[in-house]
Design a protein around this ligand. Structure first.
Ligand code: 13P
Length: 241
């Protein structure tokens, strides 16, 4: 069982997202049939797509789960520019990314605010992909473990619908993923205190996905740029063990 998640960030229009999801869902239907035929039940996959907020679509696909990249921890109200749980529910959306480094660094989300969001969406029963990851200066200082631990302050690590995505900031959008040894070491550390699926993210593409999903304690990948093209994302999904 492996998890493949696509984070479109601020890319693709609503029309493009619609075409993409129809194509991806059809492809996953074909894969499912093929694994049933060959009794490859171990090859079952869970696939998420997190489209741009303006391209949220009803979460009614057969094989792909549509999730939200972000939302404010509120049902509705006076929060200009935000969406709340009420709007997500209208689309049947029950998965969300929380703690992405772009939210932390570009939009200034503090650990305290992130913990509030986490508690809110956990209470609502959402599947939460909780993102963590250090920047280059932390990596070079050697304090990666302490930094990553601090990103769990206020976070309920045994929440039953939790998935954790380790995304080193220095590997995001650079075209150069962390190397297999670094991923293995960091995921072993995370596994020492987390009993939930662990994803790796940061420049995953159709060429490196297979070696990454084979690393111990890697249960799947969270993909940005290489997921924007449906055919490339399908190739990444084919790397399932
Ligand atoms: P890239 O795959 O473009 O490096 O982005 C990773 C990411 O931030 C996914 O959330």
């Amino acid at each position: 069982m492996a998890i493949f998640a696509a984070n479109f960030k601020c890319n693709l229009t609503r029309a493009q997202t619609k075409t993409y999801l129809a194509e991806l869902d059809a492809y996953l239907g074909y894969l499912e049939q093929d694994s049933n035929k060959h009794q490859d039940s171990h090859k079952h996959t869970e696939v998420f797509v997190f489209p741009n907020q303006a391209a949220l679509l009803e979460n009614t696909y057969k094989f792909v789960r549509v999730g939200a990249q972000n939302a404010h921890c509120v049902e509705n109200g006076g929060f200009t520019g935000e969406i709340g749980a009420e709007q997500l529910r209208e689309f049947g959306i029950d998965s969300i990314l929380i703690g992405h480094s772009e939210r932390r660094t570009i939009f200034g989300e503090s650990q305290d605010y992130i913990a509030q969001k986490f508690a809110y969406f956990a209470k609502a029963g959402f599947r939460i992909i909780y993102c963590i990851g250090e920047d280059l200066s932390v990596r070079q200082s050697g304090d990666v473990e302490a930094f990553l631990r601090a990103e769990f302050e206020g976070i309920s690590r045994d929440y039953k619908n939790l998935i954790v995505a380790y995304e080193p900031i220095w590997a995001i959008g650079t075209g150069v993923s962390a190397n297999v040894e670094d991923i293995e070491r960091t995921h072993a550390f995370l596994r020492s205190f987390l009993n939930v699926p662990l994803l790796y993210g940061g420049s995953v593409n159709e060429t490196n996905a297979q070696e990454i999903v084979r690393v111990a304690n890697v249960d799947g990948v969270l993909v940005g740029s290489a997921s924007l093209d449906c055919a490339r994302f399908c190739k990444i999904i084919e790397s399932r063990c």
